[in-house]
Structure formats: structure tokens, C-alpha cells
Design a protein around this ligand. Structure first.
Ligand SMILES: [Zn+2]
Length: 404
């Protein structure tokens, strides 16, 4: 850590979970726009997360790598998915390509039943890979869904009630039991509840190979904020309560929650607006990659919820370790890539969607005054971003293999 007149140098952030949508939904985001936003937010490596377009065969993985090399601004890697019994046999060959994180769900729309989950854990384990799981229990959700349907509920809060804390707790506890039994390495995406955080903490103490992430939105918003922002705060998992927010900050400090990822999943206004009348019709997800670091500097470091060294651990070092980029990424050392961010902890600025580099033109943090901003981002010695401007054209990004 070098203090340069109130400015501090930290390693470039490694964002372990962002949806860049390229090439299927480029009206929302593409490699160039999403990684420009990343660079402006101090992110120098991103792991693109599969969503509606499968990345579940070696060919699809190769296509994504080509797209990233062509269009990304920052270094990148990929999660493969959505995994199920049909594409499970592709795991060895995909792992050979250096993609060693495989995504699955315990709920719809990519529901994997228990047999599938255990089979996937065996296969990822054999291939020195991670099973990355969206953990909300389908049966718990479904019971609520029936009730909400019967009542004709379409208001924004109905979506939040659909998958309560219990859904995450049940799913995470089941996954822990399976991972322990099989000896598999699992990673829980976007933790949002204090119950699940507690379960992960306990599992770690007992030696289960589990890591977990949370995201800026689960650290900054609660359900109450949906009253004002409605469908713009629709996301999966949904927002929870203040007790959950407190537990997430606490366990970033204490280590049960290993990393913060952006879970950048922007939808356009046109995809959000219908949700005021019928929340089930709105896109679920928020833009987050560019605001992640300023949010953590402002709401975390400057408000003394976490230290700057915790921020570096959860945004740089731990994601690099979990996904196999360490020590090339995530740390400032002689043998590491020169991925650096200069942050000004005293800079105070209002968030304006118009200033951001993402495509969708809105942010849930509009008009928030944040204290602590990145002022310069460097990737492998090249300055990508300085003084509010992205300075580089795509074409120099490197694909990062996961060395696990
Ligand atoms: Zn996601």
C-alpha cells in the first residue's frame, strides 16, 4: 500500500461474477462496454458469468474466449454453464481449456435436482474444478409462488416474498452436506441472508471446501428500498432485511464471506418498467461493475464497516485465489501483473448514470454521494482509465486460465 498524497494504490479488482451478455444480448451490455465500465471501476480482471445463453461445450467456451480477446478491455475468464446431466460429460474437456468453474442452480429456471447436484460435484471434483451454485430452494420458493399466484400478487414486493430467507438457508445447508460427503469444492453465488452466512461460517470451521460471495446491492439495500425503486431493484436472490445486511458486512470482516462480486446484470429501462404493474414481467438484475469499488470505499471503508485491507482481501486477493489467478492477479508483487488502481479515499462525488460507461443508462445509486473513488486503473502496465476517461481500445485483453 503506497500513500500518494491521500491517494492509495491497491491491486486491480478481480470481479468473479459479472454478466457481460456478449454476443447474445448486446443491447444490454457487451464485452467492450461492460469491461470499460469495469476499468472505470478499478476492475482489471472479470470472470464472465453465463446466463441465458449456454456456455456448456468446448466450442462455446472457445467462442467466448475469442469474443473476449477481440472485445474486452480488461483481462477475463469464464464460468461454464448452466450445467446439468446432459452436458456433464463436457466438464473434462472444458476444464482442459482452463475454465474450471461450473455454474448450476438449485431452483428454476436452471433447476438441478439432488442427483444432478451430486453428479456435478463428483465430476467437478475429479477435474480440479469448482461447482458454483445459485442457492435458493425450489420447493420453498414454489410453495410461496402458489400462494402469491392465488392472491393475484404482482406488486414489486411479491417477488421479494417469493424466495424468503428460508429458501437460501435450505439450499445452502443441503449443498454443504453434499459437498462434505463428496469432498467437492463449492462456491455459493451472491449470498443474501444471515442464516446462510452462518451456515457457511460453520461449514468452513468443520473443514468443508466452501467459499461464498456477496454483492454490493446486498450490502447497501433492503426490501424497503423497493418501495421507491420498485422493479429497478428486482434481482435474484431478492433483497432482504437490515439484519442480513449487517451479517454480510460482519462476515466480510470475519471471513465467512470470502469475496464481493459485482453480479453485474443490467437490464434496460424498457425491461424494468413493466414491473411497476406486474413485477413478474420485469428483468431481474442491476448494473454494478462500475459502482462496486466506490460503494465499498464509501459505504465500507469510509464508514468503518471494513478496512482497506479487508477490501483488498475480498475484492482482489481472495477472488484471485478462489478462481486460480493468484499470484498473477489480486496482489501487488514483483512476479504479479502490474494491475493497479489508484484510489482517492477523500474524493467525494455524486453518482450519475450519465457519467458511467455501462450501456443501460441507469443505476440504483443515482444521486448517492460517495466518498472514495478510483482515479486511475492500470492493467499489465497499461493505463486503461484516468480522470473519468477510458483510454484504451479493445484487443489487448488476455484470457486467464484457472489454475486450480
Ligand atoms: Zn449472476
Amino acid at each position: 500500500m503506497v500513500d500518494a498524497k491521500g491517494r492509495i494504490v491497491i491491486p486491480g479488482l478481480v470481479d468473479g461474477h459479472a454478466h457481460l451478455y456478449d454476443p447474445a444480448f448486446t443491447y444490454r451490455e457487451d464485452f467492450t462496454s461492460g469491461t470499460s465500465a469495469g476499468a472505470a471501476g478499478g476492475v482489471t480482471t472479470v470472470v464472465d458469468m453465463v446466463l441465458t445463453t449456454p456456455v456448456d461445450t468446448p466450442d462455446r467456451v472457445r467462442e467466448k474466449i475469442v469474443a473476449g480477446r477481440r472485445s474486452s478491455i480488461i483481462d477475463f475468464s469464464l464460468h461454464a454453464g448452466m450445467m446439468n446431466l446432459n452436458n456433464l460429460t463436457n466438464i473434462p474437456e472444458i476444464a482442459e481449456l482452463g475454465v474450471r468453474s461450473f455454474k448450476t442452480f438449485t431452483c428454476k429456471p436452471y433447476f438441478a435436482d439432488d442427483h444432478t447436484l451430486m453428479s456435478l460435484m463428483r465430476e467437478t471434483s475429479t477435474n480440479h474444478s469448482i461447482l458454483d451454485v445459485h442457492a435458493e430452494d425450489e420447493d420453498v420458493a414454489n410453495e410461496n409462488f402458489q400462494k402469491l399466484q392465488a392472491e393475484g400478487r404482482k406488486d414489486p414486493m411479491a417477488h421479494a416474498e417469493w424466495k424468503p430467507n428460508l429458501a437460501e438457508e435450505v439450499a445452502v445447508k443441503k449443498l454443504i452436506k453434499f459437498a462434505r460427503e463428496i469432498g467437492a469444492r463449492i462456491h455459493i453465488s451472491h449470498l443474501s441472508t444471515h442464516e446462510a452466512v452462518e451456515a457457511v461460517r460453520k461449514a468452513k470451521r468443520e473443514g468443508v471446501k466452501i467459499t461464498a460471495e456477496t454483492c454490493p446491492h446486498y450490502l447497501t439495500f433492503t426490501r424497503k428500498d423497493m418501495k421507491k425503486q420498485g422493479p429497478y431493484l428486482k434481482m435474484n436472490p431478492s433483497l432482504k432485511g437490515s439484519r442480513d445486511v449487517d451479517a454480510l458486512w460482519r462476515e466480510l470482516r470475519n471471513g465467512a464471506v470470502d469475496i464481493v462480486t459485482s453480479e453485474h446484470a443490467p437490464g434496460t429501462r424498457a425491461e424494468k418498467e413493466p414491473g411497476w404493474k406486474d413485477i413478474w414481467k420485469a428483468w431481474g438484475g442491476v448494473p454494478a461493475i462500475e459502482t462496486m469499488l466506490p460503494i465499498l470505499l464509501s459505504e465500507g471503508v469510509n464508514k468503518h464497516r471494513i478496512t482497506l485491507s479487508t477490501l483488498q482481501r475480498v475484492c482482489c486477493e481472495n477472488p484471485a485465489r478462489i478462481f486460480g489467478f493468484y499470484p498473477r492477479k489480486g496482489v501487488i508483487r514483483e512476479e504479479s501483473d502490474a494491475d493497479l488502481v489508484i484510489v482517492d479515499l477523500r474524493a467525494r462525488r455524486k453518482v450519475k448514470a450519465a457519467d458511467l460507461h455501462q450501456k443501460v443508462g441507469w443505476t440504483p445509486y443515482e444521486d448517492w454521494v460517495l466518498k472514495g473513488w478510483p482515479v486511475l486503473t492500470m492493467r499489465r502496465g497499461t493505463i486503461l482509465y484516468k480522470d473519468n476517461e477510458v483510454l484504451i481500445k479493445p484487443g489487448t485483453a488476455e484470457f486467464q486460465t484457472m489454475n486450480l
